[in-house]
Design a protein around this ligand. Structure first.
Ligand code: ADP
Ligand code: MG
Length: 273
C-alpha cells in the first residue's frame, strides 16, 4: 500500500516520521520503499543517500528511464529509496502540463506497486499544497498527517483534511483514507497538553495514541544519515516510532480483517467538511 506522509506546513516532523517509520517497519521485517517527493531531499540524506542529479522520480515521470532504475538501497536494511534532487522542483511544471495532471505519480509508481516487492511505500511530501503533494494524495491509499503539538497546528490540520476530502469528492482518489494523525515534538507543557487534548477531542481515534516527544537527539539524527530508530533504538523518540509502527500495523490488520469496509476515520464533530 502507498502511504503519503503529508502536511502543507514545514517543520512538523514529516520527514522524521517517514524515515523512522520506515526503519521501524523494516525492524518488523517489512520491506519498505521510501519515495522522496520533496525537492529539499531531506528524507534522501536522512537515509544516508547523497542526492544526485537525475536520480529521482523526475526521471521516471519524464520517461527518461524505468522507475525501477531509480530505486536505491539505504543505510537501513529492507528500506529502499527513490531519492529526490533539485530537479524534482521542475516536475511541478511538467505535471501541470499533463492532461491527467494529478495522475502522474500514481502512473509512474504503478509498476512498483504491481511488482508487490514492497509491503509499504511511504511518500514524503513537500511542505506545500502544490501539484506534487496533490499527486502524492492521488496516488496514495491512505495519508498519515504528522502535526506539531503547538497552538496553530489545528488550523493546518483542517486544511490538509479538507484537501483529502476534496480528493475523495472530486473522484481524483475516491478511496483515499486518513490513516492517522501523529502528534510530534511533544514537550511537557500545559500548551502542548491542551493541543493534544483538543486534537483528540476533535478527531478521536484518528489520532495515534503514541505521541512523539521532542528531543535534541531527533534533531541531530539527519546529519548522521541514519534514522534514530536504527542507530539509537532505545531513545524515547525511537521508542515512540516503534510504537507508532505497531499502531500502524494493527490498523492495517484491522482494515484487512474488515475486508476494506472500514471507512475513512471521520472526526467526531464532522469538522472535516
Ligand atoms: P518536515 O519534514 O515536516 O519539514 P522534519 O521531520 O524535517 O519536518 O522536522 C523538522 C525539524 O525538526 C528537523 O530539524 C528535525 O530534525 C526536527 N525534529 C523532528 N522531530 C523531532 C523531535 N521529535 N524532536 C526534536 N526535533 C525534531
Ligand atoms: Mg520534510
Amino acid at each position: 500500500m502507498i502511504l503519503a506522509i503529508a502536511n502543507q506546513k514545514g517543520g512538523v516532523g514529516k520527514t522524521t516520521t517517514v524515515v523512522n517509520l520506515a526503519a521501524a517497519l523494516a525492524a518488523r521485517r517489512k520491506t519498505v520503499l521510501v519515495v522522496d517527493l520533496d525537492p529539499q531531499a531531506n528524507a534522501t540524506s536522512g537515509l544516508g543517500v547523497e542526492p544526485k542529479e537525475g536520480v529521482s522520480l523526475y526521471g521516471a515521470l519524464m520517461r527518461i528511464a524505468d522507475v525501477n532504475d531509480f530505486i536505491v538501497g539505504t543505510a537501513v536494511d529492507r528500506v529502499n529509496l527513490i531519492p529526490s534532487e533539485v530537479n524534482l522542483a521542475g516536475v511541478e511544471i511538467e505535471l501541470a502540463r499533463m492532461d491527467d495532471h494529478l495522475g502522474g505519480v500514481r502512473k509512474v509508481l504503478k509498476p512498483v506497486v504491481d511488482s508487490k516487492v514492497f509491503d509499504y511505500i511511504l511518500v514524503d511530501c513537500p511542505p506545500s499544497l502544490g501539484i506534487l503533494m496533490s499527486n502524492a494524495l492521488a496516488a496514495a491509499d491512505a495519508v498519515l498527517v504528522p502535526m506539531q503539538c503547538e497552538y496553530y497546528a489545528m488550523e493546518g490540520l483542517s486544511v490538509i483534511l479538507k484537501l483529502v476530502e476534496r480528493m475523495r469528492a472530486t473522484g481524483a482518489n475516491p478511496g483515499l483514507r486518513v490513516e492517522g494523525i501523529a502528534m510530534t515534538m511533544y514537550s511537557r507543557t500545559r500548551l502542548a497538553d491542551e493541543v493534544v487534548a483538543q486534537v483528540r477531542d476533535h478527531y478521536g481515534d484518528a489520532v495515534y495514541k503514541t505521541v512523539v516527544p521532542r528531543s535534541v537527539r531527533a534533531g541531530e539524527a539527519p546529519s548522521y544519515g541514519i534514522p534514530l530508530v536504527a542507530y539509537a533504538p532505545s531513545t524515547p523518540v525511537a521508542q515512540a516510532y516503534f510504537i507508532l509502527a505497531n499502531e500502524f500495523l494493527a490498523r492495517q490488520k484491522a482494515l484487512a480483517a474488515a475486508d476494506g469496509k472500514v471507512d475513512s476515520i471521520a472526526p467526531k464533530s464532522g469538522a472535516i467538511a
